[in-house]
Design a protein around this ligand. Sequence first.
Ligand code: C2O
Length: 541
Amino acid sequence: AKEQRHEFVIQEAAVTRLCNARSIVTANGQFPGPAVEVNEGDSLVVSVVNNATYNVTIHWHGVRQMRTGWSDGPEFVTQCPIRPGGSYTYRFTVSGQEGTLWWHAHSSWLRATVYGALIIRPRDAVPYPFDFHGEVAPIMLGEWWDMNPIDVIRTATRTGAAPNVSDAITVNGQPGDLYSCSSQDTAVFPVKSGETNLLRFINAALNTELFVSLAGHTMTVVGADASYLKPYNATVIVLGPGQTTDVLVTFDQPPGRYYLAARAYASAQGVPFDNTTTTAIFDYGAGGTASPAMPTLPAYNDTATVTTFTTSLRNLHSVGLPSAVDEDLFFTVGVGLFNCSSGQNCGGPNGTRFAASINNASFVLPSTVSILQAHYQGDAAATGVFTTDFPANPPVQFDYTAQNVSRALWQPVPGTKVYKLTYGSVVQIVLQGTNIFAGENHPIHLHGYDFFILAEGFGNFDAATDTAKFNLDDPPMRNTVGVPVNGWAVIRFVADNPGVWLMHCHLDVHITWGLAMAFLVEDGVGELQSLGAPPPDLPIC
Ligand code: C2O
């Protein structure tokens, strides 16, 4: 294992997409940002220098960060943001994980343009659990706004309304040639006839779950979120924001050009979404100018295809989980509405403001110090930075997935609440989607951990019957789970990583509205000293 050093200079750069010239925030002037490639077991030292005019932090999405919580990156959770002119060095080891992860800004909506791949290959002399000839470049799916995305979310927050949807879906920052004015902006992946390649997909979009398909070719899924899976053949793969999927493709079709295409899976009824289609071209190098073949993508609301895909993924290995758990939690996740008082801008439906919550608690970031710093410094409750009364169960029971639930039943309460976990405890969470405003698939991401996905289903979770469906043998291990629209998913992890760990919906509009909470995991003696002192360059607020 080796130590790798990188420098990310956060800086504005001029780019043109859809005939629209803008200045965007980038890492090192690149969009998407630089790929970081390591072998399992390597250490990373990444100095981030902020030469932009926005606050920034960098999060290493899916990296376990075992006892390196100071390097996790979500602003006001594990660190104060790096101010313009400031810098901070992230130091961590990537161990026990192989496959594809990514990194992204974790400050406002900056991750729209500040993101890149994190590729983790096996150590030298350690084989992959499958055969292939080579890799194509990582395939990063994203979203493009003609407006500055920071202004998009600032406007929505001010007015209480929903933000504009994106103007294009992108592959490696390029919309592709189905949009007007973007035929030059199409990513091309050269391939060799007869070879089997490893393709690494990353959904870096802010607010869009995606169907992805490659014309004429079957994709064999072999991993997701840097964890291996039993090979599964698919013509369409599904990625929620934050998720990655590794597939093998054998280029065994008549030499030519084939479209890779992606478009939204929009689970909610009546909620606006970007319904455009992005394309990239897989090119056998045979020449010719014929239009590439186009794959058939599912309808935007094809939940059945999503369910078939996600429930077909199985861990490569048997893990044999015990049935006993220490913390049996039930979290409702959903979008709700705040009643609005006069003087506020109430641009939401029927004079409300949009809000979102977990167990009716709508998460508010601190502003003077991060939660982790506040906890490390001592009695956080006394400082008023956060409280430890995050509810383990929803305060009100009702039919979560019914239409037209009375708003009076579900007014989220804003606050900075954390839930304390005893070091080493076995934690199980039923994530129950709700239909307060609209039922929707929520990609829920946990920092600092991978979790097993035991089961998922539709309607209200019923412990009496649904527990029998748990896969305790070969459940897939992920860091982001799609909680089905008007349904539920059950996850399991062991709280073996002391620190403060955010869990949130990876639709950025929902985290903005408060669909988040944090776990505070103590070590065996109830303190965080095993995490080590904050690094001397940790930014202050
Ligand atoms: Cu990929 Cu909290 O983020």
